[in-house]
Ligand binder design. Structure first.
Ligand code: AMP
Ligand code: ZN
Length: 112
């Protein structure tokens, strides 16, 4: 499959790895929008949040269970912004489910 995040998960494309286990990978975003900007992905290909099902949602739960550890590894203490862009209208540019973990600056709401 010609998916850049699948290739990163398979080790075929290098990344700046922050955390990895058998199910998920976290790595630094190439174009950071905050002092800490990490992408957390399932290793299995899930295109977008629309494709989360009872059959594959355990890996999504696993991502959320690991967020505190990943944030700690990144030196985050005061909280973080978690973002998922689902679909073109939301600005999703890579069609493999991922969560942006961002920290280290003030964030606006609902955008910015
Ligand atoms: P989104 O726009 O929500 O789909 O987020 C995709 C993110 O992936 C963007 O923030 C990009 O900067 C980031 N990105 C794209 N290719 C790579 C890569 N090879 N390594 C790290 N981050 C990447
Ligand atoms: Zn993929």
């Amino acid at each position: 499959m010609d998916c850049i995040f699948c290739k990163i998960a398979a080790g075929e494309i290098p990344c700046n790895k922050v955390y990895e286990d058998d199910q998920i990978l976290a790595f630094k975003d190439l174009n950071p929008q905050a002092p800490v900007h990490v992408l957390v992905i399932p290793k299995q290909h899930i295109r977008w949040a629309y494709d989360i099902t009872p059959e594959n949602s355990a890996v999504v739960a696993h991502i959320f269970e690991k967020l505190p550890e990943i944030a700690k590894i990144c030196g985050v203490e005061g909280g973080f912004r978690l973002v998922n862009n689902c679909g073109e209208d939301a600005g999703q540019s890579v069609p493999h489910l991922h969560f942006h973990l961002m920290a280290g600056r003030e964030f606006g709401w609902p955008a910015g």
